[in-house]
Write a protein that binds this ligand. Structure first.
Ligand SMILES: Nc1nc2c(ncn2[C@@H]2O[C@H](COP(=O)(O)OP(=O)(O)OP(=O)(O)O)[C@@H](O)[C@H]2O)c(=O)[nH]1
Ligand SMILES: [Zn+2]
Length: 216
């Protein structure tokens, strides 16, 4: 069955999409598809400069779409319970990501900002960035990316709250179609104390913007 599509700001858990292809094509089939697209673009896939391109594209796809082979929950397994009394917000701002829009398969790129209030300990900081990558390296919408990062941290860490803000520029809007460059799309999702208390949202946004948030 196809992944369930829900409203991006739904308050219910949103399952990460599972690859629903019934059979993974072989590498040879994938390379042949690239040759077809080169010919469709108007070039000759047998000319010298392009002859190895299908191999390179398929190899690049393994990197660009590595998120399908990653379970974000694995990154969040190791919790450091001894946090020496720290119980305030942990914020990682400006986590760069590269993703591809599911409508045109062209990149959208930007930064994710992630915060949580620890309740049962903290995770290694790099693991939050790994969660961002696990979902970014798939075919995505920015709204779903935002919701999936939020849900993975909420489900696995069970913190007092999670806040995620994603900023992105979509190449499908800047290099084709409407051709508006420099448009930044901002999406955000909150759970727990962030959802319930607007002052916590303000504090998060202030910290993301590089300001000094007033103490709670
Ligand atoms: N909500 C949302 N829309 C996106 C995202 N990425 C791309 N889009 C939009 O997806 C829409 C697809 O619209 P369609 O009308 O089906 O496709 P299209 O004819 O190529 O649309 P244009 O881009 O307007 O030329 C476009 O409006 C894109 O801007 C995203 O992450 N979130
Ligand atoms: Zn697009």
């Amino acid at each position: 069955m196809d992944a369930v599509v829900q409203h991006p700001f739904a308050r219910v858990p949103i399952p990460a999409p599972k690859p629903s292809s019934p059979r993974k094509p072989s590498r040879e089939e994938a390379e042949a598809a690239v040759r077809t697209l080169i010919a469709w673009a108007g070039d000759d896939p047998t000319r010298e400069g392009l002859v190895d391109t299908p191999k390179r594209v398929v190899k690049a796809y393994e990197e660009l779409y590595a998120g399908y082979r990653v379970d974000a929950a694995d990154s969040l397994e190791r919790v450091f319970e001894e946090v020496q009394g720290y119980d305030d917000m942990v914020v990682l701002r400006d986590i760069p990501y590269f993703s591809h829009c599911e409508h045109h398969m062209v990149p959208f790129v930007g930064k994710a900002h992630v915060a949580y209030y620890p309740s049962n300990g903290v995770v290694g900081l790099s693991k939050i960035a790994r969660v961002v990558d696990a979902f970014a390296k798939r075919l995505q919408t920015q709204e779903a990316l935002t919701a999936q990062i939020t849900e993975a941290i909420d489900e696995n860490l069970k913190p007092r709250g999670v806040a995620v803000m994603v900023e992105g520029e979509h190449m499908c809007m800047s290099m084709r179609g409407i051709q508006k460059q420099g448009v930044s799309t901002v999406t955000s999702q909150f759970t727990g104390v962030f959802r319930d208390d607007p002052a916590e949202q303000v504090r998060f946004i202030t910290l993301v913007r590089g300001g000094l948030a007033s103490p709670r």
